[in-house]
Write a protein that binds this ligand. Structure first.
Ligand code: PLP
Length: 352
């Protein structure tokens, strides 16, 4: 006795490894390069001093959801907050999936969809994107129907490709299936197109948003689900009661009271993203280093030399993401982007 037996499920899981090396240029996690605005630090301190540290947080994050509602133009009764949209993805699956159910997503897409679904014993169908990072809509819907998929989940703009699924495509998917369709708009701000206006029209549509990317609040862990009455009511049944801590609610609320600052930050990020894209395109070499257009704050590159290039950058203290034969690099400050371009350009020459 006293022996711990690890079950097969746990034995099969590969841990999510975060590279904790200190890099001087970090362009691997799609974070914002802009820290909390200096001009709001006093307001932030005030808000944090008012927190009732001896009390549990507001379980429904009411003030935060009201402010987010103003930000995204939706009544706050259709919004709930989570400990990052990551937690929301897991809660959705906990509630809306049974063991053995099927989930449909894209490949590549955000790895957490498959991770949380598999943890529940769900089967995950990953629909391959083609060379142009698009997919056959009719065939995608056919898979959803044939496999009796319960949840369809994808990001748009897509992480890691930066490509988008059009509004028309999303409407078709929602109308032609009875699956819960989860549209992850984590990078919405860099593109500007949304389907949040459709959540009261379609009861099987849910939209996810986050404060981690455009708002530069990755440290606070705040995300949102925006959906019709039925999804929200059922989501509440399964969510952890005090899932967003009071400090995070206060911090994100301060930011959301200043949409003009958020807007300006997005402008700066998009400007750097465009600069980085233009410079990366200059390094393009036919099919051996292919740079894709993007609607997010990062750029996707296909290259057989992905591993070597990633290693070369690492050695110079620059972190990017490498997946097999592709790379994902998020926009940094101008200084960071210049260092990336210079180092990458040297690495490409060395590999020739
Ligand atoms: C970064 C990211 C998230 C995670 O957001 P959090 O709110 O920080 O948990 C969700 N979805 C996609 C597609 C992302 O890239």
């Amino acid at each position: 006795m006293g022996m711990l037996i690890i079950n097969d499920k746990l034995n099969r899981i590969e841990p999510y490894i975060v590279d904790k090396t200190e890099y001087s240029v970090k362009l691997d996690a799609n974070e914002s390069f802009l820290n909390f605005p200096q001009s709001l630090k006093e307001e932030l301190m005030d808000a944090l001093m008012k927190v009732l540290y001896n009390r549990y947080p507001d379980p429904e994050s009411e003030q935060l959801c009201r402010l987010y509602g103003q930000y995204c133009g939706v009544d706050s009764k259709y919004i709930l907050a989570g400990n990052g949209s990551d937690e929301i993805i897991q809660t959705l699956m906990n509630g809306f999936l049974n063991c053995g159910d099927a989930v449909l997503t894209l490949k590549p897409d955000f790895s957490m969809y498959k991770f949380y679904a598999s943890l529940l014993g769900a089967y995950v169908y990953e629909y391959d994107l083609d060379e142009n990072l698009t997919f056959d809509l009719e065939d995608f819907i056919r898979v959803a129907l044939d496999e009796e998929v319960k949840i369809i989940i994808f990001s748009t703009p897509n992480n890691p490709t930066g490509a988008v699924v059009s509004r028309e495509h999303i409407i078709k998917i929602v109308e032609e299936t009875d699956a819960l369709v989860v549209v992850d708009e984590a990078y919405f701000e860099f593109h500007g197109e949304t389907v949040v206006d459709l959540i009261t029209k379609y009861e099987n549509l849910a939209v996810l948003r986050t404060c981690s990317k455009a708002m530069g609040l990755a440290a606070a862990r705040v995300g949102f689900i925006i959906a019709g009455e039925s999804i929200i009511r059922n989501f509440k049944k399964v969510k952890a009661p005090y899932n967003v801590n009071s400090l995070s609610q206060a911090t994100a609320s301060v930011m959301l009271r200043h949409p003009e600052i958020i807007k300006d930050n997005i402008k700066q990020i998009v400007k750097e993203r465009d600069y980085l894209y233009q410079e990366l395109c200059k390094l393009q070499q036919n099919d051996s280093f292919k740079v894709y257009p993007t609607c997010a704050n990062f750029i996707y590159i296909k290259t057989e030399r992905a591993k070597e290039l990633n290693e070369a950058l690492k050695k110079q203290g620059i972190a990017i993401r490498c997946f097999g034969e592709s790379l994902r690099i998020n926009a940094g400050s101008r200084e960071e982007n210049l260092r990336l371009i210079e180092t990458l350009s040297c690495a490409l020459k060395d590999l020739k």
